[in-house]
Design a protein around this ligand. Sequence first.
Ligand SMILES: Cc1cc2nc3c(=O)[nH]c(=O)nc-3n(C[C@H](O)[C@H](O)[C@H](O)COP(=O)(O)OP(=O)(O)OC[C@H]3O[C@@H](n4cnc5c(N)ncnc54)[C@H](O)[C@@H]3O)c2cc1C
Length: 225
Amino acid sequence: MPPRPAGMVLGWSPGFCASSIEKSGDEIVGVHTSAGFVRTDTVICCAGAWSRSVGEMAGTALPVTPVRRQIAVTEPVSVLPERFPMTLDYSSTFYFHREGPGLLFFGMSPDEEPGFHTRTDDRWLSGLAEAVSVRAPALADVGIAHTWAGLYEVTPDHDALIGEVWGVSRFLYACGFSGHGFLMGPAVGEVVRDLYLRRQPFVDVSAMSTDRFVAGATRSELHII
Ligand SMILES: Cc1cc2nc3c(=O)[nH]c(=O)nc-3n(C[C@H](O)[C@H](O)[C@H](O)COP(=O)(O)OP(=O)(O)OC[C@H]3O[C@@H](n4cnc5c(N)ncnc54)[C@H](O)[C@@H]3O)c2cc1C
């Protein structure tokens, strides 16, 4: 029998996949994983775009939807200085910044269907080219070296879910960052540590609880990128 950890963070360990959470009544007693059964009384869901299914394992609703977002990295660009600020066009969500000798281009397709697909496509590139030609025409002819896609983990109000589910002991969550999880990561780590230890976090995160959807008190993240 593996040692019983104090708590278990799902989403933290590469190649380690949880398939179900075992409960006795409302108490968590362990997690079934690709590495066997792990006895624990606490689960912290940090499973990004996959958080909805982890919530379901605990019998709780984490309204997180995966949505593909795409990136293009250009050939070397010499028409811009080596260092310049990340530049964002709020009207189209097109932004760019240095990526080695080239640039990294981002832009959201407004009609992207939710799902776990992460293949890049040419339709997105032509939308991107349009935004580039309007906002940064000097870059319109820059060649694309490669593209990639990843998943945003989107909530109904495009804001993060951070808190603890009271009906299940103990199930905490920090997910649904809706495309700004890197930005929030360091602070969220400290907050979740404090929630786990039942200490007052340095910032009040009660508004980030999933309760806001029940109470009709959703937040409004207007400038999500
Ligand atoms: C193209 C693109 C650009 C972005 N740009 C920015 C940006 O400029 N600034 C910014 O702040 N954010 C940005 N983001 C968003 C940022 O990447 C995410 O918000 C952040 O990575 C979320 O971190 P996370 O730890 O919550 O989830 P993830 O990094 O997705 O990690 C979740 C982990 O959970 C694991 N997992 C899933 N299911 C299970 C399971 N059942 N058991 C165990 N583990 C499981 C997964 O394998 C994964 O490793 C961007 C995202 C994309 C796609």
